[in-house]
Design a protein around this ligand. Structure first.
Ligand code: COA
Length: 158
């Protein structure tokens, strides 16, 4: 009952995502970080690469499990016996999209609640695409992602 699902594309995971995950762990004893082969966007990292990075950077976080899922997020959530989906909110521009997803997920399964955690100020402007763009142009991303992710991005954009 106390499991929450933190789902995203995590292409790749950033310090902003880890900030949301840490906040969620203050409220939920167990959080399953879930990522999928997304249909809505083409990812730079394969599903396996995204999962591996997520596993590496959450290794020391108690109560965290990393899983891949297929299909609808609400169905995956239900299959784990969970009732909460966690999402992060960075700025007001996230709101419309998140509101649409949360209401659609609620319509698909009214037993499942979406809970939002506000991003820390330092990560308000962070996104995986921006990190990849900065790295591609030779910029320093060491403050934006964990070291393992920085190495993986540098290899990828070489
Ligand atoms: N810090 C940094 N970046 C953040 C962030 C945070 N706290 N919160 C969100 N972001 C960024 C992500 O890095 C990503 O950036 P990018 O577009 O540059 O890659 C962007 O915000 C989108 O966030 P993400 O969490 O990856 O969501 P998504 O819109 O890609 O959705 C799923 C991913 C898996 C949750 C969604 O596709 C899904 O639910 N799929 C299952 C199918 C389904 O059920 N569909 C019906 C939904 S109603």
């Amino acid at each position: 009952m106390n499991i929450a699902i933190y789902a995203g594309s995590f292409d790749p995971v950033t310090n902003g995502h880890l900030d949301i995950l840490r906040r969620a762990l203050h409220v939920f004893p167990r959080v399953t970080v879930a990522t999928a082969e997304t249909v809505s966007k083409r990812c730079t990292f394969s599903l396996e690469e995204r999962l591996n990075l997520l596993k590496q950077v959450t290794r020391d976080m108690e109560g965290v499990e990393v899983r891949a899922f297929e299909g609808l997020l609400v169905e995956f959530t239900r299959s784990l016996g969970a009732k909460v989906i966690v999402r992060g909110l960075r700025q007001t521009t996230d709101f419309d999209y998140e509101f649409q997803m949360a209401t659609m997920n609620a319509r698909l399964d009214s037993d499942i609640q979406t809970v939002f955690f506000l991003s820390s100020l330092e990560y308000l402007h962070l996104s995986s695409s921006l990190v990849k763009e900065i790295a591609t142009l030779g910029g320093d991303v060491s403050q934006l992602v964990p070291p393992q992710v920085e190495d993986a991005i540098i290899q990828k954009v070489k």
